[in-house]
Design a protein around this ligand. Structure first.
Ligand code: AHN
Ligand code: ZN
Length: 349
């Protein structure tokens, strides 16, 4: 069904040169002219030619469709049929894009004793390459809408359009682009499971000393890698990236462990004209999958996550409510995040 997109994507390249990403389709623009053989007056230092980098165009419609598709399975809570069916869909989709896929299954124990049949889905593009970049998101959804204004919803599962669906949707579209145009470095896309089974608001007092209830899938992966000795230059987590008017701030742990990568990504976003989304303001520290990739694996990793300090839980009015549905998905932030991340990874030499 998506074949035509591949061809369109192939025809429509973003060409960028060296450090600056120009949103142009003129192949010659931005390249440096090499001196001709007879030109003896040119100094050697000025004769450096940086090859143009081809960056595919990120299709936000496609990413939007991938989010809708995930919601069609219902909530993706570990142990449910929807969860199982969605895992199968994600695995087959990634395989169809040419990735080597590992499904890392484990029964993980939640803070309250629940056993979660979990599956980290790991897609390796160009697995033989040593130099790698890691992109990740969580694909499970929260079993409880514990921030819902209506208390009768506090033990119902959320639809998880933004929280869960959006990061995976953007990464599936990136996977589709990777299938058409290879990067210089190897790329791994991991969909972590069991991120969102963290402390229910009603349980905070009872389990106050539990500080590791979130991100169980990434903690498991960090202990039991899909490939021994796995390493990556850096990691980028996409979590909650589809809300209209999204604001991605400098998240605290990203700054603590990977400020160089924050700088790289936010500068790239600015050069593409996405500074309304990639805001240059300091945000809070968020315990999320990137925290464990940083602390347990030492892979410098950042979190691109919407923050709204004025909302009840700091992430947005829809967050951990029954309202986290397609009404809260906007193509504009999907495009900003997807095009920025694509431009970053295609520029890795
Ligand atoms: C905390 O609330 C401490 N971490 C939540 C991270 C998260 C939840 N991302 C999505 N859902
Ligand atoms: Zn959540």
């Amino acid at each position: 069904m998506y074949r035509p997109f591949v061809f369109i994507a192939l025809l429509m390249f973003v060409i960028s040169c060296g450090g600056s990403a120009n949103n142009v389709q003129n192949k010659d623009k931005g390249t440096t002219q090499a001196p001709s053989a007879g030109d003896r007056t040119v100094e050697h230092s000025s004769a450096v030619v940086e090859p143009a980098v081809i960056v595919p165009i990120f299709d936000a419609d496609s990413a939007y469709h991938f989010i809708e598709k995930q919601l069609s399975f219902g909530p993706r809570v570990p142990g449910t049929d929807g969860h199982k069916a969605c895992a199968e869909y994600l695995i087959s989709k990634l395989k169809s894009y040419g990735a080597d896929v590992v499904a890392q299954n484990a029964d993980l124990k939640a803070y309250n004793g629940d056993i979660l049949p979990s599956c980290n889905i790991i897609a390796q593009f160009q697995p033989d390459k040593q130099d790698r970049v890691l992109l990740f998101a969580h694909w499970d959804t929260r079993p409880w809408a514990d921030s819902d204004p209506d208390e009768s919803n506090h033990y119902k599962p959320i639809p998880g359009a933004n929280d869960g669906g959006s990061g995976v949707g953007v990464l599936l579209e990136i996977a589709r682009q990777l299938s058409a145009v290879p990067t210089t470095v190897g790329v791994d896309i991991i969909f972590f499971d069991a991120e969102d089974y963290g402390l229910h608001e009603q349980d905070v007092a009872k389990y106050y000393n539990n500080t590791t209830s979130w991100a169980l899938g990434s903690q498991y992966w960090a202990m039991r890698l899909h490939k021994s000795g796995y390493d990556a230059r850096f990691g980028i987590l996409l979590d909650i990236v589809g809300a209209p008017g999204s604001r991605f701030l400098y998240e605290g742990y990203s700054m603590k462990y990977a400020d160089r990568i924050v700088d790289k990504v936010w500068k790239r976003a600015a050069s593409l004209g996405y500074s309304d989304f990639f805001v240059g303001e300091v945000g809070g520290m968020i315990t999320d999958d990137h925290y464990y990739v940083n602390t347990m694996r030492g892979i410098p990793s950042i979190n691109i996550i919407n923050c709204d300090p004025d909302s009840p839980n700091g992430f947005g009015a829809y967050h951990h409510t029954m309202g986290d549905n397609m009404d809260w998905i906007d193509r504009a932030p999907l495009k900003a995040v997807g095009q920025t991340v694509l431009t970053v990874i295609y520029n890795e030499k």
